[in-house]
Design a protein around this ligand. Sequence first.
Ligand SMILES: C[S@@+](CC[C@H](N)C(=O)[O-])C[C@H]1O[C@@H](n2cnc3c(N)ncnc32)[C@H](O)[C@@H]1O
Length: 371
Amino acid sequence: MEEHLTVGRVAELAGVSVRTLHHYDEIGLVRPSARTAAGYRTYSADDVGRLREVLAYRRLGFALRDIADLVDDPAADAVAHLRRLRGLLVERRDRAASMVTAIDRELEARAMGIRTTPEEQLKAFGAQLYEAIGAAYPATRRTEPRIAAKVWEALGDARTVLNVGAGTGSYEPPDREVTAVEPSAVMWAQRPAGAARCVAAAAENLPFADRSFDAAMAFSTVHHWRDPIAGLREMRRVARRVVVFTHDASDTGWRHRFWLTRDYLPEVAGLVADRPPVDRLARAIGARLEPVLIPWDCADGFLEAYWRRPQAYLEEPVRRAVSVWTRVGPEAERRAVAGLRDDLASGRWSERNRDLLDLDAAELGLRLLVA
Ligand SMILES: C[S@@+](CC[C@H](N)C(=O)[O-])C[C@H]1O[C@@H](n2cnc3c(N)ncnc32)[C@H](O)[C@@H]1O
């Protein structure tokens, strides 16, 4: 006979208060659906299974209203939920392990009197970075229609599309059946009402069967993945076509191509140093590479977007919506902004970048990978 548990017993086993369970009941998140012979409400095995999913997503930082969508997803059964949770938890565990290694390294360095750089200190952050900076994202990050058109064209006739590292969903095609994947609870919570169904997972461990989608896309996210090659292979596994928008950090000219990184933020070199070069990413999934020019009035405020509008980088909200500024650390940021402000005031910036002022679009190393 199936065992039914009272609210007190469930609270004790799960390590949460009875009040929390009553609250989940009131908001319809986990309802004790069974009754004892005396008419008391109790938790069935299915209710307990659902509660476990809710508590795991809660521990991963997801808001209660988002958890309701996650656990009510009609496309996932109990096993699928367990696989998703497992993938997310493994990702967190691996990230935590690399943070422990980074901290150990810093402790050793300090013991020898060596100070680590801000880049070294932040290197192991990854997805957790978006828990810290994600709230500033929507201020300037939105769809750039000319670049979106290129991505959507590359998706070909795909009807079902997986968007990996989807964030707030800026590049999700409106005319296809989209499933989003996003590991950060902060980014998840900022997805607009009516956005595509979103699954909490990481690229390196996609909780879908082989060839589940016509196409998989990833926009401006691969450089944040703990293991980009593993993530791309996962995309290849679950979809027949793969489209990725990223930048070519392998090119020795990349940093020099853009005046911001060349003249004001050389620290960016340290951030990309141990990343696989773009041609290796392309080779891993048999993709071709296409350059993407950035229009002078680019609507999406990514790092290179304001190449012809340098004043924008003096604005705090513009910088806060781009992870590089946090990753280089406050000292480098202050120095870069002060240097740029001075050069704009003295006319030195315009003098140095005269050749850019007449361009409508610039080649700054952004690439589309299509496989
Ligand atoms: C710069 S945002 C881009 C968001 C969105 N694609 C866009 O273009 O607006 C990078 C996103 O990658 C996500 N991310 C970080 N690590 C990830 C991983 N291992 N797998 C999938 N997404 C990841 C972050 O949480 C964040 O939402």
